[in-house]
Design a protein around this ligand. Structure first.
Ligand SMILES: Nc1nc2c(c(=O)[nH]1)N[C@H]1C(S)=C(S)[C@@H](COP(=O)(O)O)O[C@H]1N2
Ligand SMILES: [Mo]
Length: 306
């Protein structure tokens, strides 16, 4: 069951959360009965283990956030990200590409096929959620602008607009704008998406409106929000958390229960919304996407390239 949203989704067309959750329940049942169908593909809502993923509530996903441009508390983004204006919005794509330019968000959306992807999100701080995103494959965008053969990495930047992003006005120890990066093969992997909404609604500001990266097998900080710039390059780009604390946050940041953070274990994770007394669940290698992505890192020392 490859459920596809039309890319001309308007606010009136969105599925209310209750209907959405019920549909998922029905689908989960159907998958269990049908064995391996299209819905069995990892990345389309079904974990590598074959379990259907039960998404967190819209409330959890949109009120417990990391978006340091608005403050460091989990509740800051929902309080302050309303100040962010997301229209007009464009994404500059430059560097080693055939057709560099500043692309209007609406023009990008007109070219891309938006679909649903239900992914685990594992923060490096050892909590996790399951999020029903809408988005399109980053590979489709990169192929549309044309990647030149010498490109080896993709660098991303978040908006820098201190008038609207209150923590940028204070500095806060971060060298703004927030920056992230991927190796080109990671960026082209079919699990890597640019997300433009969740639960059938346009992306809420606190989750990185109007367009953000989602790389489900890496720690959450790689999934950079409110992207305004994408650069194809031949050298490993500088990334925000790595620049801040290189001994704690590597460039790769693949979820790995066997490599602990210097200050805490990564073996288990707290599921957001699980309640005060819920026990932690084991963290999965590559966040449960091992079958899909392990080949990208064959022969690599995952302790050294953390
Ligand atoms: N620009 C920007 N992107 C960001 C962050 C941030 O502070 N600024 N935080 C990251 C971290 S640490 C996580 S865990 C995820 C959280 O995404 P969510 O709030 O949608 O769950 O966003 C990531 N992307
Ligand atoms: Mo995070």
């Amino acid at each position: 069951m490859a459920y596809r949203w039309k890319n001309d989704l308007s606010p009136g067309d969105v599925t209310p959360e209750t209907v959405w959750v019920n549909r998922r329940r029905i689908m989960a049942g159907a998958v269990a009965g049908a064995g391996l169908g299209l819905a069995g593909l990892p990345g389309r809502g079904v974990a590598a283990t074959g379990d259907a993923l039960e998404p967190n509530s819209y409330e959890d996903i949109t009120s417990y956030n990391n978006f340091y441009e608005f403050g460091t508390d989990k509740g800051d983004p929902v309080k302050y990200a309303g100040a962010l204006t997301t229209e007009p919005w464009s994404v500059e794509i430059d560097g080693m590409v055939e057709r560099p330019g500043r692309y209007d968000f609406a023009d990008i959306m007109a070219q891309m096929t938006v679909e649903e992807r239900i992914y685990r999100l594992r923060c490096v701080e050892a909590w996790s959620m399951v999020v029903p995103w809408q988005g399109f494959e980053l590979a489709d965008l990169l192929n549309w602008v044309g990647v030149r053969p010498e490109a080896k990495y993709v660098a991303f930047e978040t908006l820098y607009r201190p008038e609207e992003m209150r923590a940028q006005r204070r500095g806060g120890g971060i060298d703004w704008p927030y920056r992230e990066g991927l190796r080109l093969d990671e960026a082209m992997h079919p699990l890597t998406i640019m997300a433009t909404g969740l639960y059938g609604k346009p992306m809420p500001n606190q989750n990185g409106a109007p367009i953000r990266l989602v790389v489900p097998w890496k720690y959450g900080f790689k999934s950079i929000k409110s992207v305004v710039k994408i650069t194809l390059t031949d050298s490993e780009p500088e990334t925000t958390w790595n620049m801040l604390q290189p001994s704690e946050y590597g460039f790769y940041a693949n979820v790995n229960p066997n490599v602990d953070h210097p200050r805490w274990s990564q073996a288990r994770e707290r599921v957001v919304g699980g309640g005060l007394f819920a026990s932690k669940q084991p963290t999965l290698m590559f966040n449960g996407y091992e079958d899909d992505v392990a080949a990208l890192y064959e022969g690599m020392d995952l302790e050294r390239f953390y």
